[in-house]
Design a protein around this ligand. Sequence first.
Ligand SMILES: *Cc1c(COP(=O)(O)O)cnc(C)c1O
Length: 369
Amino acid sequence: MKFETRAIHKGNHITDNTGSVVQPITLSTTFEHGNEAGLLYTRAGNPNRLALEELIASLEQGVDAAAFSSGNAAGTAVYQALEPGSHIIAPDDMYHGLHNSMTILFKGIHEVSFVDMSNLEAVKAAIRPNTRLFWVETPSNPLLKITDIRKVAEIAHGHGAILACDNTFATPVFQNPLLLGADIVMHSSTKYFGGHSDLLGGALVTKEKNDFWTKIRTIQRVGGAVPSPTDCYWLGRSIKSLAYRMKGHAEHAMVLADYFLSHPKVERVYYPGLKNHPGHEIAASQMSGFGGVVSIQVKGGAAAADKLISELHLFANATSLGGIESLIERRAAVEGPDTLTPPNLIRVSVGLEHTEDLLTDLDQAFSKI
Ligand SMILES: *Cc1c(COP(=O)(O)O)cnc(C)c1O
């Protein structure tokens, strides 16, 4: 079945005799011993979580998925599953929350090298005898850098290491890292999967059910950072429309990227769909669409960027991305003093409002800076 069809039908199991079209929410935290479904206790497994995991595994073309209570919990589970003393190679501009997970939670436990993953020579040079994990995020947040998943997979496997890919920005609608050589895919379900800025969640998907995956499952079950049945239900519900939302987000992002490109008050535009983006060709070879996030550097520094944001009405000045409503944010203000993000960089999560309304709003705000 095609993606759109799987998104609507996978994992939707009706086991009662009501004729429901949609699988109901099972709120019970505990299940009678000896039940046919083999359920014990909701932290270990729940019908709505199992349904969501089956759905996400199918969309990423993996063999199994594990749902977590946030994207950070999902990423952290991967680092926790490594043997202590492992070395991780990660992007120098990776999502700051997971950067914090590596540097704060695993300080003294793992070693990490942060490198420009779009520079394969730098990636190779960072390898150590104890390198166990290559972490890739493409497109990256917020610089939209593109990493060649196939090439990094070759490097990782040549060294006997695992490649994990944060696929939050691309979503499986546009990119399937497992088919490009990755071993694990990670998602912040809070973003496009949820799609309406009202749910927190995360997921991991695996290419193989191996020992590493068994450890991840143990961390999920014993660590207990699992989503509630209700959250799983709403996530599954949102994912049904994921393909169509992503097509809309990408189409609108391209319109805004072109607008920014020709705007005299914009210094630089970052969108992998633009021909002048340094990663455009690699993006086109591994993605079928370029996503819904555009970053720009505004002329006039951080003050001009802040002014622009404050003059906008339709774009909420808020963190996060992937919702149907447009969001805008000056990233350096959120990421803190250590960030590599330029101070005048604004990240736009382009929503599904009509692009004419978005452009009208941008025009009036730009006229005031
Ligand atoms: C938001 C985000 C995360 C973290 O997910 P949470 O659900 O906020 O914990 C990880 N990676 C990327 C790329 C993100 O945008």
